[in-house]
Design a protein around this ligand. Sequence first.
Ligand SMILES: Cc1cc2nc3c(=O)[nH]c(=O)nc-3n(C[C@H](O)[C@H](O)[C@H](O)COP(=O)(O)O)c2cc1C
Length: 366
Amino acid sequence: MLRLGPVQLDSPLLLAPIAGHTDLAFRIVCREQGGVGCAYTDLLNSRAILKETSRTLDLARTNEFDQPAGMQLYGNSDDPLPEAAIWAVDHGARVIDINMGCPVDKVAKQNGGSLLLRDCGNTTMLAKRIVDAVARHTNGRVPVTAKMRLGWDPEHKVAPVLARALADIGIAAVTVHGRYTVQFFSGQADWNAIGEVVEAVPQIPIIGNGDVTEPGHVTDLMRVSGCAGVMIARGAMRTPWIFRRAKALLDTGTVGPEPTFPEKLTVVLRHLELCRLYNGEQRAAIRMRQHVAWYGKSMGHIKYIKEAIRVAPDCDTIEAILRTAQVELADVTTPSVPFSRTRRLGDDRPVPEDFDNPTCRGAESE
Ligand SMILES: Cc1cc2nc3c(=O)[nH]c(=O)nc-3n(C[C@H](O)[C@H](O)[C@H](O)COP(=O)(O)O)c2cc1C
């Protein structure tokens, strides 16, 4: 089982920090599905945390259903990262993670995220200040971890050296996304290169990350790289039940069953419920449109449901659409192509009054 310093996890599978996606509602959705050892917040700006801006408070929010909670911070040596880490501990973080991988300009141009890969010495000193501050504040109760890419570009594969230096100063575990910064998300994650980090740093757990979209990929990544845990991002956005299914594979050698189509809709409905609870009606409607677009990628041809939700004016309408689809498609395993052809909504068309018209049914195409 995976241990992050003093924190023993029930599962070696971790929900990745995903900006704009891993709010409290989504983290709880994944946890309720089972198999999640730890789930992380979006990346949090250290200065914004200390100013307690409403957006950052919202992103950092956790509760008893979200444990153990990881909070990810970003910044550079000039930022108050040690202070922000203490703030995070005082607001519920059981694990502090330092972002060393974000490639987007907004972060990297402020010398945070991936830019930390360009000066390993400075980054190690920064990490030590955070580790020491958190250790003093918590009596060693809260581990500090780091999440990095392989390096800025293939000519600078620093992950093995940097991860080892970080282990030496007390970082409890390192997650390695098997891509370089310059790749953003293109190409394939290099699982063998993650293995090089595992070999270079035997003293702490290395968590592999990148392109795990099926339960079987978890065992593949562990076998190829020797990593002690696996972190999942986009696979969880599409299929938050991936952790449960992969955990079953790890525990029993057999992949857990894939939810049926109506079961998947139940998960989406639960997500909507939590989103309303934690974000309020207006923001929940906006967020659910985005979430449904991701869920839709794993649910067959449901274009008309996605379109209807995309133009839905509020959460009540979104809920009605989902509940109607659940009844109409109760016997469907995965809607197939003819289903999506039965109804196409243009971008500018309102949700139809007759949404539950039987012509919307996909059952006939099964
Ligand atoms: C929309 C989006 C937002 C992301 N936000 C973060 C973030 O806030 N912090 C972070 O460390 N990585 C972030 N990542 C990277 C993921 O955590 C992960 O490393 C990457 O997507 C590769 O894993 P995957 O193949 O399982 O998606 C983000 C990725 C995506 C697609």
